[in-house]
Design a protein around this ligand. Structure first.
Ligand SMILES: Cc1cc2nc3c(=O)[nH]c(=O)nc-3n(C[C@H](O)[C@H](O)[C@H](O)COP(=O)(O)OP(=O)(O)OC[C@H]3O[C@@H](n4cnc5c(N)ncnc54)[C@H](O)[C@@H]3O)c2cc1C
Length: 357
């Protein structure tokens, strides 16, 4: 059994805490904000799509699905990919990548009656789900506490000494292992520990909820996806959220939406529908933080024994969370990972340390 301090109270840190505590470790989580999931984890589009992400991400998606199902946190949501006549090439690429089936545009219009004349191609997939992200976060937090984990909010980690612990709010906390689950700030946490960064890049993505278009009941509509991930729209709690699906590199921050980016994204969406965008109810943005190869970063840093990364969740943090937590806990407990050797190597921080040791 190890004493483990987890930095970050987003979905990564909290799912890891629940899994590590259930595996018998003594766990404490430190979150700087006053509530869990305040940053990326509170701002997602809440989609689980098995075929989204590279092969490594898909392995973690597969390992996560049964856990989210057991939490009753997934509800089926079909996806409808649509494209204009000038987008045939990118449409075909998306159909292959997301393993979708092409359907006649008339059938697509039956499912979503507001599709405009611009729609020349359509394809569908039934492999996605909505995720009840709040329920997932709260259930993991409850499970963590039930296994004795301590979760402290409003507590900023100020210094990290790999192998011996960290300093929070002026007090020293002893820990054999520090888990860096600080999202967009994970490279900064490495800096606090004297560990080189791995090159994580936070990218802003924003979302605007609109009133249900044309007063339609949108609850059973599919998620609409523009080709090349150029925009998307989906039902969300009775309203209709639209994202420009931008990936704009920014420094770690409390992100907000850029008006111009949002307006341009809404224009891209509006070209494919008959109902004009007359009003935006509100908007928000969050950071999707990627490693250079867009795979997760999970494991002990070879340059700093006792310092474990749990970072680079990008746009997949919820759909990979349980697999990532199980893998991390197996590494820490010295057990074989349920994800297998190939996935373990693909996410290991060692890939960034060639020639640095
Ligand atoms: C618009 C948008 C749409 C998305 N859609 C989806 C989706 O459909 N499906 C999906 O699976 N994923 C989606 N994602 C991605 C998902 O939200 C993220 O991958 C996930 O939330 C990352 O979780 P995290 O715990 O790593 O980061 P965060 O939730 O950001 O948590 C990190 C925490 O670390 C804390 N922290 C930082 N520094 C310190 C410190 N010094 N001391 C203490 N605490 C500290 C921060 O305050 C923060 O709360 C989306 C993201 C965005 C922005």
């Amino acid at each position: 059994m190890s004493r483990i301090a987890v930095v970050g109270g987003g979905i990564a840190g909290i799912s890891a805490a629940a899994t590590l505590a259930a595996d018998g470790h003594e766990v404490a989580v430190f979150e700087r904000e006053s509530q869990l999931g305040y940053h990326a984890s509170g701002r997602s589009a809440a989609v689980f799509e098995q075929n989204y992400g590279n092969a490594t991400i898909r392995a973690f998606n597969r390992a996560t699905a049964p856990v989210l199902t057991s939490m009753n946190a997934l509800a089926p949501r079909s996806i409808l990919l649509i494209a204009g006549a000038d987008e045939a090439h990118s449409f075909k690429a998306d159909v292959a990548d997301l393993d979708m089936s092409e359907i006649p545009v008339a059938e697509a219009r039956n499912r979503v009656p507001i599709l405009s004349e611009k729609v020349a191609f359509a394809a569908t997939s039934m492999s996605a789900s909505d995720i009840d992200t709040d329920a997932v976060l709260q259930q993991f937090a409850k499970a963590a506490r039930a296994h004795g984990a301590r979760i402290e909010t409003g507590t900023c980690v100020e210094a990290i000494s790999p192998g011996s612990g960290l300093r929070v709010a002026g007090s020293e906390v002893s820990a054999d292992i520090v888990v860096n689950a600080a999202g967009a700030w994970a490279d900064d946490m490495a800096g606090l520990a004297g560990v080189p960064a791995v090159g994580l890049q936070p990218n802003r993505r924003s979302i605007a909820p609109l009133p249900a278009p044309g007063g339609h009941d949108v609850r059973d509509w599919p998620m609409l996806l523009g080709t090349g991930e150029s925009w998307y729209a989906k039902p969300d709690a009775g309203s209709w959220i639209v994202s420009p699906a931008e990936e704009d590199p920014v420094a770690p921050m409390d992100a907000w939406a850029d008006d111009m980016v949002l307006a341009e994204g809404l224009d891209r969406y509006a070209a494919f529908v008959t109902e004009p965008v007359t009003r935006v109810e509100t908007n928000w943005a969050g950071l999707r933080t990627f490693a250079p190869d867009r795979s997760l970063v999970i494991g002990e840093d070879p340059l700093a024994p006792g310092f474990f990364w749990l970072a680079g969740q990008g746009g997949y943090g919820f759909q990979t969370c349980a697999g990532a937590a199980l893998h991390l806990s197996a590494l820490i407990s010295g057990q074989p990972s349920p994800l297998g050797q190939e996935a373990a190597l693909a996410v290991s921080p060692e890939r960034f340390r060639q020639g640095q040791a």
